[in-house]
Design a protein around this ligand. Structure first.
Ligand SMILES: Cc1cc2nc3c(=O)[nH]c(=O)nc-3n(C[C@H](O)[C@H](O)[C@H](O)COP(=O)(O)OP(=O)(O)OC[C@H]3O[C@@H](n4cnc5c(N)ncnc54)[C@H](O)[C@@H]3O)c2cc1C
Length: 526
C-alpha cells in the first residue's frame, strides 16, 4: 500500500471493481480494500450478466481483480473499519491499524440480507433457498417452488415465480391469509396457499426436499423462496454523516440504502457510493454499471480539482517568472542552463553584417554576446541574473583574444531598464517572452536604441509551437509572431527585411523529432 491514492474504493465486489477499473484506466491511483464477502458468494453462477452468463461469482470477481491490477490499480484484502477527514483528504483505517490517505472515496460495501428466522434457511441460502427469480428462476423452472411468506408482498412474489414454474405454493407461515381479490388471483394462476408456520427444512443428500410445518406435515419442494430485508452496509458512511433511508416496494419497506445522485455522489463532498449499498435492487451488471459511472464521475471531479490547482500554480509561476530571484534560482540549480551555442537566427542574420556596436538583451550565459564579440562587435549584454552574467564573463575570458574586452556585461531588469537611444548597429532580443503590455514597451525601447542604418533582430518562439510536443512554457499570451512585432514598428522609421515563421528541427522531451518555428523579425532603421 502507498501512503496516498487518488481514490480508495471500499469493497471489491462488482461495483467496487468496475469503479476501480474506470479509475485505473483514467490513470488515477486507486486502492481497493476488500473484505472478500460478496453478497452472491453462495450462488453457483452469476446470471443476467451479459457476455458472462453463468460465470461462478468468484471467477467474475477474480477476472475483475485482474483487470484492476492490469491497469495499475492495487487491491488489498482487509476490512475498512474507520474513515476520517483530515483537511481535504480522507484517512482510511484498514483492519484497525494501517492507514492510507485518499483524495476521494468510493464506498461499495454492498448490503446484508437479513433472512427469516426459520431453522435451516441460512445454511441453504443461495443454493435452494432463493430470493430472486432473475438470479435463480431459470435454474428451477418447472420445479416445485414454495414461497415462504414473511410480509405483505408474499402473494406478489408467488405470482412472480409462477412465471418460471406451474408448481408454486404460497406458504403463509405466520402471515395473514390473502384477501378475496388476492386469493382469486392466486387461484387463477394455479398457486395453492398453505396455512401454518414453517418449522424446519427437510434436506436429503445436501438437497432441499421440502419444508416441515409446525403441524408436522411435510410439503415436498425443490426450492424455497424467501424475502430478505436488504440493509445497506453503511456504518462507514454513517460515520461521515450519511444516513441510509428506507426503500419501499408497493408501499412496504424492503430495506435501507444510502441516498446518492445518478452518478453515485452523496451529500458528503468527495464520497461516492455504488452497487447495493446505494441501490438494494441492483443486480451484478447494474452494480458494475453504477461503479463504472461513479469512477468516471470521481475522475471528472478530480479533473476539476486538478485544474483549479494548476491555475493557482500557473498564476504563481507567472508572477514569479520575471523576478530576479526566480532567474537566480534557475541558474543556480544547474551548472549550465543553455547550450553554449549562439542562437541560430542570430547566426543566420548577423554573420555577414559589418561589426559595430551591438546590444544583446537577455544575454543569459553569454553565447550570443561572445559569438558577436568574436566577430569584432562591441557588445552591451544585459541580463537580470548575476550568476548568468558571471558565467558569461568566464566564457568570454575563455574565448581568448579581445573577446572579454569587447563585451560590457550589464546587470539590469529589462522591464525597467532603457538602453541609450539611436546607439546600436544591431539590437538583438532572442526569445524574450513577456506579457503583451511590457513586451510591447520593451520592444519599443529596443527599436529606439537602434542607430540609423542599424538593425533590430527580434526572435521568439512562434505560437504554433504550443501545438507541438516541443517543450514550451504554456503561456500563449506571451508568444508572438514576427508580423505582430513588425506591426508595432513605425514604417517611416523602419524597413522590415524579414518577418516570418522560420521552421527549425528540434527534439521533444520524449525524444521525438519535431519541427518548431521561430518568429523572426529583422528590420533596418531608415
Ligand atoms: C444468493 C444470491 C445470488 C445472486 N445471484 C445473482 C445473479 O445471478 N445475478 C445478478 O445479477 N445478481 C445476483 N445477486 C445479486 C448480487 O449479489 C449483487 O447485485 C451484487 O453482489 C452487488 O454488488 P456490490 O459490489 O454492490 O456488492 P457485493 O458484491 O456484495 O460486494 C461488496 C464487497 O464489499 C466488501 N466489504 C463490505 N464492507 C467492507 C469494509 N468495511 N471494508 C472492506 N470491504 C468491505 C464485502 O466483503 C464484499 O466483498 C445475487 C445475490 C444473492 C444474495
Amino acid at each position: 500500500m502507498d501512503d496516498r491514492y487518488d481514490v480508495v474504493v471500499v469493497g471489491g465486489g462488482a461495483a467496487g471493481l468496475a469503479g476501480a477499473v474506470a479509475l485505473a484506466r483514467a490513470r488515477r491511483t486507486v486502492l481497493v480494500v476488500d473484505a472478500g464477502e460478496p453478497r452472491n458468494a453462495p450462488a453457483d453462477g452469476v446470471h443476467n450478466y451479459l457476455g458472462r452468463e453463468g460465470t461462478p461469482p468468484a471467477e467474475l470477481v477474480a477476472a475483475g481483480r485482474d483487470e484492476v491490477t492490469g491497469y495499475g490499480g492495487q487491491i488489498v484484502a482487509g476490512r475498512v473499519d474507520a474513515v476520517d477527514r483530515d483537511g481535504a483528504d480522507f484517512v482510511v483505517t484498514v483492519d484497525g491499524g494501517r492507514t492510507v490517505r485518499a483524495r476521494r472515496l468510493l464506498v461499495t460495501t454492498g448490503l446484508a440480507d437479513e433472512l427469516p428466522e426459520v431453522p435451516g434457511v441460512a445454511e441453504r441460502w443461495g443454493r435452494d433457498v432463493l430470493h430472486c427469480p432473475y438470479c435463480h428462476g431459470w435454474e428451477v423452472r418447472d420445479r416445485r417452488i414454495g414461497v415462504l411468506a414473511t410480509g405483505p408482498l408474499a402473494a406478489h412474489q408467488a405470482r412472480m415465480w409462477r412465471q418460471w414454474s406451474p408448481h408454486v405454493l404460497l406458504l403463509l407461515h405466520d402471515t395473514d391469509a390473502p384477501d378475496a381479490d388476492e386469493a382469486e388471483r392466486l387461484a387463477a394462476r394455479g398457486i395453492s396457499v398453505v396455512p401454518g408456520p414453517v418449522a424446519d427444512l427437510e434436506v436429503a443428500d445436501d438437497t432441499l426436499t421440502g419444508v416441515r410445518l409446525a403441524s408436522g406435515e411435510v410439503v415436498a419442494l425443490d426450492a424455497l423462496v424467501v424475502a430478505t430485508r436488504m440493509t445497506a452496509r453503511s456504518a462507514l458512511l454513517e460515520s461521515l454523516g450519511l444516513t441510509p433511508v428506507d426503500v419501499e416496494m408497493s408501499g412496504h419497506v424492503v430495506g435501507r440504502q444510502v441516498p446518492a445522485d445518478a452518478s453515485g455522489a452523496t451529500a458528503v463532498p468527495g464520497v461516492w457510493v455504488a452497487g447495493n449499498v446505494a441501490d438494494v435492487s441492483a443486480q451484478v451488471i447494474r452494480a458494475a454499471g453504477a461503479g463504472m459511472m461513479a469512477g468516471a464521475a470521481i475522475n471528472a471531479d478530480l479533473v476539476e480539482e486538478d485544474t483549479r490547482d494548476a491555475v493557482a500554480e500557473h498564476r504563481r509561476q507567472r508572477e514569479a517568472m520575471f523576478t530576479e530571484a526566480a532567474w537566480e534560482e534557475r541558474y543556480q540549480a544547474r551548472p549550465a542552463v543553455w547550450s553554449g551555442r549562439p542562437n541560430p537566427q542570430l547566426v543566420a542574420e548577423a554573420a555577414e553584417l559589418t561589426p559595430g556596436r551591438a546590444l544583446d538583451v537577455g544575454s543569459g550565459e553569454g553565447a550570443d554576446a561572445v559569438w558577436l564579440a568574436e566577430r569584432g562587435w562591441r557588445v552591451t549584454a544585459v541580463d537580470i541574473a548575476t550568476t548568468a552574467l558571471a558565467r558569461a564573463a568566464e566564457h568570454a575570458k575563455a574565448a581568448g583574444g579581445q573577446v572579454a574586452e569587447r563585451v560590457e556585461w550589464t546587470h539590469a531588469d529589462l522591464l525597467r531598464w532603457s538602453p541609450a537611444e539611436a546607439t546600436y548597429d544591431l539590437v538583438s532580443a532572442q526569445f524574450m517572452h513577456l506579457p503583451p503590455q511590457p513586451r510591447r514597451a520593451l520592444f519599443a525601447r529596443l527599436a529606439d536604441a537602434v542607430a540609423p542604418g542599424g538593425r533590430l533582430l527580434i526572435v521568439g518562439h512562434h505560437p504554433w509551437d504550443l501545438r507541438t510536443t516541443a517543450h514550451r512554457m504554456h503561456y500563449p499570451e506571451m508568444m508572438y509572431t514576427a508580423e505582430q512585432v513588425a506591426a508595432q514598428l513605425d514604417p517611416a522609421r523602419f524597413e522590415v527585411l524579414v518577418a516570418q515563421a522560420r521552421p527549425r528541427a528540434a527534439v521533444d522531451p520524449d525524444g521525438r523529432d519535431v519541427v518548431v518555428h521561430d518568429a523572426v523579425l529583422l528590420a533596418r532603421r531608415r
